[in-house]
Ligand binder design. Structure first.
Ligand SMILES: N[C@@H](CCC(=O)N[C@@H](CS)C(=O)NCC(=O)O)C(=O)O
Length: 326
């Protein structure tokens, strides 16, 4: 297996700090001129179950009932043996995506821009008319699914981004992004002790804040699941199996925080969350293809994943304990 860097040089700033590349394909979905048209069976969403940024769009797609509207292609958690950082369709027959007829994610990026120089990342939305990536804006993708794609939502689809909470959700999402979702990567990809230590502090300070917030509310905004919960969940689901040792964010494990841990299990119980959480893929990816510190490819056996199935009593915090969605 070729050893490839999981950051590109321009993502490492002074002091060894990891600063994530900007997304290259950011045209929004919508009805206005210049926007990506919202059409059934027009796009394919490429994801890898290991990836938190991609995982959230898959969770939202299922919650909103968009499975028959936007198709999905799945990339192997183990990266292909090529001398650049890529993803492959090696889970598919003949190692080819059955719809796009490509072997590597980079092929869809190159179709969009032959001079593309960033990392080839998931999630990526491909236009089936051209086979080219048209959007890889993981930060906004779920928001587009919740708003611009409304006409295709299933009947009684949950309201994940309610109008009156949008400002507060956006603010909390920014905090969750910088300190938690990307916080763990800033620790894992840091190239100096100082940069790592600063990121470590961000993560655990945020866990303290969120642990407190969840002591009185079932979900981040009270009785019902919102967009913010999906964003927090994807990092929590990877925390003990991957980040804790892989990215050295090891002050405490998720299961040491009674509220965050109960909250994560409350979400995991939902088909759209638990059914799209592939712990095996997550473990294999982070431990077997991301870490130069694991030269013999030893897959950790723990932690005990059966614990995720333990019931929580968090419904008692809700004014509407029978329902998780509005
Ligand atoms: N598009 C974003 C976020 C998505 C992202 O980083 N996805 C990861 C997987 S979790 C990926 O595809 N990485 C490919 C790589 O680093 O080569 C970015 O460019 O930073």
């Amino acid at each position: 297996m070729a050893v490839v860097e999981h950051v590109i040089n321009k993502e490492i700033q002074a002091g060894g700090k990891f600063e994530r590349q900007p997304n290259r394909f950011v045209t929004p979905f919508g009805d206005k001129e210049g926007e990506l048209p919202v059409e059934k069976n027009r796009y394919r969403l490429l994801w890898a179950p290991v990836c938190p940024w991609a995982n959230r769009s898959i969770i939202v797609r299922q919650l909103l009932g968009l499975e028959d509207v936007i198709s999905v292609g799945t990339l192997d958690p183990i990266r292909p043996d090529v001398p650049w950082s890529d993803w492959a369709f090696t889970l598919d027959e003949g190692d080819v995506d059955p719809v796009l007829k490509i072997k590597l994610l980079s092929e869809a990026y190159k179709k969009a821009d032959p001079d593309y120089e960033g990392r080839y990342t998931v999630p990526a939305v491909v236009d089936l008319q051209t086979g080219a990536v048209v959007n890889n804006d993981y930060f906004n993708l779920t928001l587009y699914l919740e708003t611009a794609w409304k006409k295709f939502h299933k009947e009684n689809a949950p309201e994940l981004y309610p109008q009156e909470l949008r400002k507060e959700i956006d603010t909390l999402n920014a905090y969750i992004f910088h300190d938690v979702n990307n916080g763990v990567y800033k620790a894992g990809f840091a190239k100096s002790q100082e940069a790592y230590a600063a990121a470590y502090k961000l993560v655990f300070d945020a866990f303290d804040v969120l642990e407190k917030r969840l002591s009185t509310r079932r979900f981040l905004f009270g009785d019902y699941i919102t967009e913010s919960d999906i964003r927090l969940y994807v990092t929590l689901a990877r925390f003990d199996v991957a980040y804790f040792n892989g990215f050295r964010v090891n002050q405490r494990m998720l299961k040491d925080y009674p509220n965050l841990w109960g909250y994560a299990r409350d979400l995991y119980e939902e088909e759209a969350f638990g059914g799209n959480t592939d712990f095996d893929a997550i473990k294999r990816h982070y431990h077997l293809c991301c870490l130069e510190t694991n030269p013999y490819d030893i897959l950790p056996l723990g932690p005990d994943l059966a614990l995720w199935k333990e019931k929580t009593d968090r419904a008692k915090l809700s004014g509407d304990p029978e329902h998780k969605y509005r």
